[in-house]
Design a protein around this ligand. Structure first.
Ligand code: MSP
Length: 520
């Protein structure tokens, strides 16, 4: 018999040169929502995140901190792990590229590439962008105001001249184009796919895959003078995480190829061009999808350490609440586009969607039940057309949300839920259960029962986005822990009339920002 369907999702592994910021939290949050959704949907999920600890940039940062690179990476990697716990991320594994298991994987993939004739020894003379750990062709350089040469990302480049092994990337142009054509959803969003296609159609140069001018990296097997280029090392983490080099292991067999590598737009080329080429050359399967999300700016400005406008996710959470921040980041901006963070938008969104719409719906329904139905789930009675229509909309949400999440359209998934939140609020106004209390108490119970069922569906389906708030909402509906998966959606596991409910408490308080926005 076949087991459950599996789902393997990965975040990029984060450079340990600096403190984690909102951009890092954003990428992992998106993966967390997908992992939680799939688990609740019955999938066997593997969710991998971690830290990228080798390379010239990290070596330089360690030297600047006057620390040994190992001690330095231990310290910064810990910050990323702590942030993941703080944000309530549900990863199954946290990989560090300085681990033994990863050394074995990198050296093995190198050998496979070499044995198959895809690697040759030469020498590199050209420009290198240390910030992005990228070799930059002369044709892509620009000159900054102070006369310094800059990579397309705006980072300064330095001249590098050293013996180097090369990967025959030039030979992979046609196979890659063929692969993209056969797998039209390999790169999302579409606009990003087009960018990659035109880059590859423009011709590919062989890629330098080893360095000799510094030591902080994985030694090239059989030639200790070289360390592996940090991107070949880093990308390999995705297979180390599932047991590679043991391709016969149950983990590798179950989870590889990955369903999704989530990345920011700045690192798409590494994931959508180099990585599938390395894998195909090593006779390993490429992943199924790479999604490139956009970048956040801060109140209209590019986020950068030198400008000093880095957004610390911890500060945001302390100010606005974890679930509020998780909701905002995925609702405010269509996923894939760039977005601007502003405190005003954060307050506005939270008060509108969470406090007024969702929170108020739950609060007023649960208070009415507490006051008028003896603090227990009301009787379902005989539902009418209006009740059935609303319940049917609640039952349809699961398929709607799943469809949006399959293409990483988080904002649209939330819109599916909010369509029902709005319909439920309109239903409360229209049915006016506070009037029915006197005129038709049985009908009042049916209306409140219908609403409680709709809230149960909303809270179940919103769990991946706002795990804490939804947990509290489900507690208030006395939904037991073993009835919180998506198998419990629909009428088969509906609330049981007469079940005692705890005293209702508000879940999404209204926020007030420094400018007074949000004060009622
Ligand atoms: N170490 C590489 C990834 C190797 S994966 C095999 C790396 N690390 S990073 O720490 O610089 O960036 C990690 C992620 O954070 C990237 O996906 C990047 O797009 C994202 N972000 C960094 N700043 C960001 C914003 N301002 N906004 C949104 N995401 C941003 O690249």
């Amino acid at each position: 018999m076949d087991g459950p369907q599996r789902y393997y999702v990965t975040t990029p592994i984060y450079y340990v040169n600096d403190a984690p910021h909102i951009g890092h939290a954003y990428t992992t949050l998106a993966c967390d929502v997908l992992a939680r959704f799939k688990r609740l949907d019955g999938y066997d999920v593997k969710f991998l995140t971690g830290t990228d600890e080798h390379g010239q940039k990290v070596e330089k940062s360690a030297a600047a901190a006057d620390m040994d690179p190992k001690a330095f990476t231990d310290k910064i990697s810990r910050n990323f792990r702590d942030l993941a716990d703080f944000m309530n991320f549900s990863h199954d594994d946290f990989i560090r590229t300085t681990e033994k298991r990863h050394l074995a994987a990198c050296q093995d993939i190198w050998r496979r590439l070499q044995e198959r004739g895809h690697i040759y020894l030469g020498s590199y003379a050209g420009w290198y962008d240390v910030r992005d750990e990228a070799f930059v062709p002369e044709s892509e350089l620009t000159v900054g105001p102070d006369g310094k040469k800059l990579a397309p990302s705006g980072a300064e480049v330095e001249w590098v001249e050293e013996p180097s092994y090369f990967f025959r990337l030039s030979a992979w142009q046609e196979p890659l184009l063929d692969f993209y054509q056969k797998n039209p959803d390999f790169i999302l969003p579409r606009t990003r796919r087009n960018e990659v296609l035109s880059f590859v159609k423009g011709g590919l140069q062989d890629l330098s895959v080893s360095r000799t001018s510094f030591r902080w990296g994985i030694p090239v097997p059989g030639d200790d003078a070289h360390i592996m280029y940090v991107w070949l090392d880093a990308l390999t983490n995705y297979i180390t995480g599932v047991g590679y080099p043991d391709t016969e292991s149950p983990e590798y067999g179950t989870y590889w190829p990955a369903d999704l590598h989530m990345v920011g737009k700045d690192i798409l080329r590494f994931h959508a061009v180099y990585w599938p080429a390395f894998l195909m050359a090593a006779d390993l399967e490429p992943p199924r999808r790479v999604f490139a999300h956009g970048w956040w700016t801060n109140e209209g400005e590019k986020i950068s350490k030198s400008v000093g406008n880095i957004i610390d996710p911890r500060e945001l959470v302390e100010k606005y609440g974890l679930d509020q921040v998780r909701y905002f980041l995925l609702r405010e901006v269509p996923f894939g586009n760039d977005g601007d963070f502003s405190h005003r938008a954060m307050v506005h969104r939270t008060n509108g969607d969470l406090a007024n719409d969702f929170g108020n719906l739950a609060q007023r329904v649960l208070s009415m039940i507490a006051k008028n139905c003896g603090g227990a789930v009301p009787r379902a009675g005989s539902p009418t057309g209006d009740d059935d229509t609303l319940l049917a909309a609640a039952h349809d949400m699961h398929a709607g949300v799943a469809k949006c999440l399959d293409i990483q359209a988080f904002h649209e998934a939330l819109d599916v839920l909010w369509g029902v939140v709005r319909a439920a609020n309109a239903y409360v106004d229209h049915q006016a259960p506070w009037v029915l209390r006197k005129s038709d108490p049985d009908r009042m119970e049916t209306v409140l029962y219908t609403l409680a069922e709709v809230i149960r569906h909303l809270a179940l389906l919103a769990q991946p986005f706002m795990p804490g708030a939804c947990e509290r909402m489900l507690d208030q509906l006395a939904v037991t822990r073993d009835h919180r998966t998506f198998a419990c959606l629909g009428s088969g596991n509906a609330l049981v009339p007469g079940t005692t409910l705890p005293k209702p408490v508000g879940i999404f308080p209204r926020l007030v920002d420094e400018t007074g926005e949000g004060a009622s």
